[in-house]
Design a protein around this ligand. Structure first.
Ligand code: UDP
Length: 235
């Protein structure tokens, strides 16, 4: 196995599946099956999930909601997704812990680094909800930060595109995919991988990122075994 401890980042939008809003139970089942496969291989798994399928602070600002208030609403949205994922994983017989960036004591534990690592060592899947717990950040930044804190081997960014392309493949048919690319080249070519805060954190801490298609069955386990799936970004 190439990676022993992974940080899987899933966007909130991915959970919508074919719906326009909210959580698609089929998509949740599909992700659960993929995660279970990797867990059964003995990999330690931490997950950060977004909230874009429910609420985003930046968008809320446009409709007159205070930005900071909107960001906290976004963080709560990620918690809703995290709770849904936790429930699906547990129904599949997996052991999980949900840790939150903001205090929601009746629902889950607060994020405590040492505790998160202990959960992973004990074989529990740790889900980080509510982002970092501060406004003006994203769940991509949360993924980078938490991955560094828990000493994950890699950030796996599961998207609906199968890697990093020379241009947006949904708009430009001539776009080609990179198998590997350096952090520096991503900057230079102004490619859209993650927001800059998230990206810089990975670069400065030498933490590789793999962007891959999470909707294709088997991709996650292939990646963990070291197969070339998606795009690998390294120093
Ligand atoms: N958010 C935040 N701080 C964080 C993480 C998230 O303020 O540390 C808020 C922010 O408003 C963001 C929303 O939560 O727009 C949902 O997260 P994100 O947009 O990253 O979700 P995704 O795009 O991955 O679905």
């Amino acid at each position: 196995m190439k990676y022993k401890r992974i940080l899987l980042k899933l966007s909130g939008e991915a959970l919508m599946g074919d719906k326009n809003y909210g959580i698609d139970p089929n998509r949740l089942q599909q992700y659960t099956a993929e995660i279970k496969k990797v867990k059964d291989m003995g990999v330690e798994i931490a997950i950060v999930i977004g909230g874009g399928n429910i609420f985003r602070g930046v968008q809320a600002e446009k409709s007159g909601i205070d930005r900071v208030q909107g960001d906290y609403m976004g963080m709560l949205a990620t918690l809703i997704n995290a709770m849904a994922l936790q429930s699906a994983l547990e129904q599949a017989g997996l052991y999980t812990r949900l840790m939150s960036g903001i205090k929601v004591e009746s629902v889950c534990e607060p994020f405590i680094r040492r505790r998160a690592i202990r959960h992973l060592e004990k074989g529990r899947i740790v889900i980080f909800g509510a982002g970092i717990g501060n406004p003006y950040f994203t769940t991509d930044s949360t993924a980078s930060l938490r991955a560094i804190e828990i000493e994950a081997d890699v950030v796996l960014k599961g998207t609906r595109v199968d890697g990093v392309y020379t241009a947006d493949p949904e708009k430009d048919k001539s776009a080609t995919k990179y198998q590997t690319i350096s952090f520096h080249e991503v900057y230079e070519k102004n490619l859209n991988v993650m927001d800059m805060t998230a990206f810089t954190l990975c670069q400065e801490n030498n933490l590789p990122i793999i962007v891959f298609d999470m909707n294709k069955a088997g991709n996650l386990s292939k990646l963990v075994e070291g197969e070339k799936v998606g795009t690998l970004i390294t120093s």
